[in-house]
Design a protein around this ligand. Sequence first.
Ligand SMILES: Nc1ncnc2c1ncn2[C@@H]1O[C@H](COP(=O)(O)OP(=O)(O)OP(=O)(O)O)[C@@H](O)[C@H]1O
Ligand SMILES: [Mg+2]
Length: 133
Amino acid sequence: MSTENDILLDVKHLKIYFPVTRGIMRKKVADVKAVDDVSFIVNVGETLGLVGESGCGKTTVGRGILRLIEPTAGQVFFEGQNILTLSAGKMRQLRRKMSLMFQDPLWLTGSPPKCRKHRRRIVNYSQDDEKQG
Ligand SMILES: Nc1ncnc2c1ncn2[C@@H]1O[C@H](COP(=O)(O)OP(=O)(O)OP(=O)(O)O)[C@@H](O)[C@H]1O
Ligand SMILES: [Mg+2]
C-alpha cells in the first residue's frame, strides 16, 4: 500500500478523444477514443512501461500527461499537484522534470538532464536483459 509521499505520478480516469469531422463546416460526427478511462500510479523509484498493440494509445497517454495534447477528462497528479490545472508557464517549468521514453532505442537526444540518467538506466537494463537471452 503506497502512502501519499511515495506517489510520484497518479493518473485518474484519463480520457483523450480526437474529434472526427465531416464536410466543409467540419461538423463533428464522432470521436476517436484514443484513451478511455486509464488510471495508474507510479511510486517514487518505480519504473512503469506501457505495453500494448499498435494504436492502443500508449503514446497518447504520455502526450496527455505532459499536456502536449489536452486531455478530454481525468486528473493527472505529479508530486501531488494536479498538473491539468497549471498555467502554460508552470507547465513549461514542470516539463524540465518529465520526458517521454519511446520504444525506439535510437531516441537518445534532447531530453532534460534528470531524464538522461533514467534513460541510461533503462538502456542498460534492456542490454542486460538481452545478454541473459
Ligand atoms: N492527433 C490525432 N488525431 C486523431 N487520432 C489520433 C491522433 N493521434 C493518435 N490518434 C489515434 O489514437 C489511437 C492511439 O494512437 P497512439 O499513437 O497513442 O497508439 P500507440 O499505442 O502509441 O501505437 P504504436 O505502438 O504504433 O506507437 C490510434 O487509433 C491513433 O490513430
Ligand atoms: Mg506510440
